[in-house]
Design a binder for this molecule. Structure first.
Ligand SMILES: Cc1cc2nc3c(=O)[nH]c(=O)nc-3n(C[C@H](O)[C@H](O)[C@H](O)COP(=O)(O)OP(=O)(O)OC[C@H]3O[C@@H](n4cnc5c(N)ncnc54)[C@H](O)[C@@H]3O)c2cc1C
Length: 411
């Protein structure tokens, strides 16, 4: 009983989101080997797994996820589908949103995708980059809020929203239906860069913990902010914790007063950073805040070097995380009179991996050509991770070269 309560408390640490991932993979014996091992059950890993099997049904594919599906950013994201990358357009990238929509349709993912455009906001028409003189507040901005001065729309860009729980579940279902095997609570602890590659996994089945070695023809590391010691991204990307909250239902009149009736999500171009969107049932999700979340010097026994390199020790109900959430809540209430007394129904946080220059990492591992890394979307991965997951599958099957993007510099 005591253990159960302890486990529940651990699961609640990151807070509850207003959606659920309504999919559990079929239970099955973890195999001794596979043609492709995908590490990470988020948008990137699940998209790659579904595409690998659909493109090469004769190849075996296993997804190893350390927690439950969507345990990282994908299950806790804001769900704004954005064009391009956090670093803008990159050579050969193609249309991310058009590709995303096509992938969701082909895989049968009912994601509540809506692409009405996204408002870019700024405080008093202030650009993030002083050199960007084009930023001017719109005179007829639908959004006029109070946030350290007046917050208004400056322009509309391409994009929209999805239901993140439905995307995770839909991608996982598509991967499993195509024949990929998905194993939850399977944390990869070590990789031997041999041929074939050997992956050491810590499996939790009920209360039992087992260690297992799996042989893999090829490996995709889609672990985002986690397991950076495996991906070699310790110095390239910095894991941060970012926070969100969801209000209870508002009336249609309140949504109109707030300028959100069109269903367009928004984010600020300048600081203090704020993003948000409407969610089912006239609720609004707001998010902000990045906490540098860990102490590299901590030993593993004290939470360092673990799955999130210590991030998972955060509890959305206390400490710095709770403080950030309280600050966000206060800020939201002051934005507009319609929000002053609004009920806050959900509070949560999630990890993102910010890279220097905001460039995604999509390349072979320094130790082995057989290990591919796809990560580091810098808070811009809802559409991009799924889109590049497909490209990763093509690259692993030798059907498409990797892009020639500038390498993310060391932080
Ligand atoms: C609060 C929040 C709001 C956001 N809002 C937006 C937004 O509105 N728009 C946008 O474009 N982006 C947004 N993002 C970013 C976006 O969600 C991410 O870029 C995207 O989800 C990354 O997907 P992923 O598959 O690469 O990583 P993740 O979803 O983090 O998946 C990585 C998975 O790997 C697993 N893992 C890690 N280590 C191991 C290991 N050793 N063994 C096995 N499994 C392992 C983790 O448990 C995790 O499930 C937001 C992120 C957060 C946290």
């Amino acid at each position: 009983m005591k253990t159960r309560r302890k486990m529940m408390r651990r699961d609640e640490r990151w807070g509850k989101t207003p959606w659920r991932v309504e999919f559990r993979p079929r239970r099955s014996e973890t195999p001794e080997g596979a043609d492709f091992v995908v590490v990470g059950g988020g948008f990137a890993g699940l998209s790659a797994a579904a595409h690998l099997r659909r493109m090469a049904p004769e190849k075996s594919v296993v997804v190893l996820e350390a927690g439950s599906l969507g345990n990282g950013a994908s299950g806790r994201t804001g769900g704004m589908a954005l064009e391009d990358t956090a670093a803008g357009k990159l050579p050969g990238l193609g249309g991310v949103l058009a590709g995303y929509r096509k992938i969701l349709r082909e895989l049968g993912v009912k994601a509540e995708l809506s692409l009405p455009g996204v408002w870019e906001l700024s405080h008093g028409g202030r650009p993030l980059d002083e050199a960007d003189k084009k930023v001017r507040a719109m005179r007829n901005s639908p959004i006029v809020w109070n946030d350290s001065g007046e917050l208004r729309a400056v322009r509309k860009v391409r994009g929209g929203t999805v239901n993140p729980g439905k995307v995770v579940a839909g991608l996982a279902r598509a991967a499993e239906e195509a024949g990929a095997q998905i194993v939850e609570h399977a944390e990869v602890r070590e990789i031997e860069f041999t041929d074939p590659v050997r992956v050491r996994v810590r499996l939790r089945v009920g209360r039992n913990v087992q260690q297992k070695r799996i042989q893999a023809g090829n490996v995709l590391l889609a672990t985002n902010a986690g397991a950076r010691e495996l991906s070699g991204l310790e110095r390239v990307g910095e894991p941060k914790l970012t926070f969100a909250l969801a209000t209870g239902p508002l009336t249609r009149a309140q949504i109109a007063e707030l300028g959100l009736s069109s269903g367009q999500p928004f984010y600020t171009l300048d600081l203090p950073y704020l993003w948000g969107r409407l969610f089912a049932g006239n609720r609004i999700i707001f998010g902000s805040g990045l906490v540098p979340a860990f102490d590299e010097s901590l030993p593993r026994s004290a939470g360092g070097g673990k799955l999130w390199s210590g991030l998972e020790r955060f509890d959305a109900r206390k400490g710095e995380a709770a403080e950030r959430l309280r600050w966000l809540e206060k800020r939201v209430r002051e934005l507009h009179p319609a929000l002053k007394k609004v009920r806050i129904a959900h509070r949560w946080g999630g990890p993102i991996l910010i890279t220097k220059d905001f460039l995604p990492v999509f390349r072979r591992h320094a130790e082995s050509e057989r290990v591919l890394i796809l990560a580091g979307f810098s808070g811009h991965g809802v559409a991009l991770a799924v889109y590049l997951g497909r490209w990763a599958a093509e690259a692993m099957l030798g059907r498409r070269p990797l892009p020639h993007w500038p390498a993310a510099r060391r932080a």
